[in-house]
Design a protein around this ligand. Structure first.
Ligand SMILES: C[S@@+](CC[C@H](N)C(=O)[O-])C[C@H]1O[C@@H](n2cnc3c(N)ncnc32)[C@H](O)[C@@H]1O
Length: 331
């Protein structure tokens, strides 16, 4: 997956004039902070240069993960029109860029607590399409400010699609519960939560799953069922997307490979029932001559399947990747 060219150029422009050493130092500090201080309700990025570096280092990966997850959501609700979007904890705006590519809504609103993030996000959108240029940004704290129909404000506080990516893991478990309910109340149709594809990220997704199922929400993806998750306690459901890296990204992350593999976990719910996958591929398909081994989460059970050329699902499985839905599989 490639970042939109305007976004890539915008990020480069944001960093011009700063020394490579200073940028690398901040990049390392941010990595340490996200590793050690998430989940404690702490502010992790607040200074202007930190937000610029966040955009350069993390936006390609979060853009890739959100785009992937949105494509899976669209598969489950092919007829649903997404006209309005609220991106909560929008950071530097990767959600808006991803949503524009997948759903082309009429209006996007980015809600974000930190001024430096809003200003970087706004600067990046200035060079983009007409839709993104008119994206509204507002100061907003999910812990304190009202969201949903109850919010009295001239800014939209409900939307067809509500998105929160890589944000809920920054909350403590206790304050997260209220945040999840607020996000769900703000969604007219769909709520999408994306988190890092780590054990901790998946714990957030599991918490969202439990709370919203108990509220009668309809699970869209990735799970093909609404029963208890069948993964063992030491496993976590995550997927991967590959994003091309720019020269700047390689410099800041001090790496040589021309791409980055971002592991992410996600969950999407809707107010109306959607078309859930019949089964979903949980690991990279293992392809040998005339045979494909898949690990599957199905409607009634999980398991391993071996497909051969004679099998109906073989052709689709040859093109499928981890995270994709697949049909005509018997477990
Ligand atoms: C890791 S960044 C993710 C940004 C963006 N969603 C993305 O996927 O790239 C988390 C963002 O959530 C914001 N945030 C954290 N807690 C928040 C809160 N209580 N209300 C609003 N935004 C919050 C942070 O300021 C930060 O910009």
């Amino acid at each position: 997956m490639e970042l939109p060219v305007e976004l890539r150029n915008g990020i480069d422009a944001l960093l011009s004039g700063f020394s490579a050493e200073e940028l690398k130092k901040i990049s390392r500090q941010l990595t340490d902070r996200y590793k050690n201080d998430s989940g404690r309700g702490k502010v992790l990025v607040s200074r202007d240069l930190e937000s610029r570096v966040y955009a350069a280092v993390r936006m390609p990966a979060t853009f890739g993960a959100i785009s992937d997850a949105l494509s899976y959501v669209r598969e489950c609700m092919p007829e649903t029109q997404v006209r309005t979007v609220l991106d909560v904890g929008a950071g530097s705006g990767s959600g808006a860029w991803a949503v524009e590519e997948i759903f082309s809504p009429d209006h996007i609103t980015c809600l974000e607590r930190e001024e430096s993030m809003r200003s970087v996000g706004n600067a990046l959108l200035r060079e983009s399409s007409e839709l993104l240029e008119k994206t509204a940004w507002a100061e907003f704290d999910l812990e304190k400010d009202p969201l949903g129909k109850a919010a009295s404000s001239d800014q939209p506080r409900t939307a067809d699609l509500v998105l929160a990516s890589y944000m809920l893991n920054e909350f403590s478990k206790e304050s997260r519960e209220n945040a999840i309910r607020k996000l769900w109340n703000a969604a007219e149709h769909i709520l999408l939560i994306v988190e890092p594809g780590t054990k901790e990220g998946f714990a957030v997704i599991s918490q969202v799953r439990e709370i919203l199922l108990s509220q009668g929400a309809h699970l869209l993806a990735p799970c093909p069922h609404e029963g208890p998750c069948r993964l063992s306690d030491d496993d976590w459901c995550h997927f991967t997307c590959r994003v091309q890296r720019s020269k700047m990204h390689k410099l800041l992350k001090e790496g040589d490979v021309p791409y980055e593999d971002e592991k992410y976990s996600y969950i999407a719910f809707s107010k109306e029932e959607g078309e859930k996958a019949e089964a979903r591929i949980l690991r990279h398909p293992y392809i040998t001559k005339g045979q494909i081994d898949l690990e599957i989460c199905g409607r009634d059970k999980n398991g391993k399947v071996t497909l051969r050329k004679k099998d109906e699902a073989y052709k689709a499985a040859r093109k499928a990747k981890m995270g994709d839905a697949i049909s005509n599989i018997s477990l």
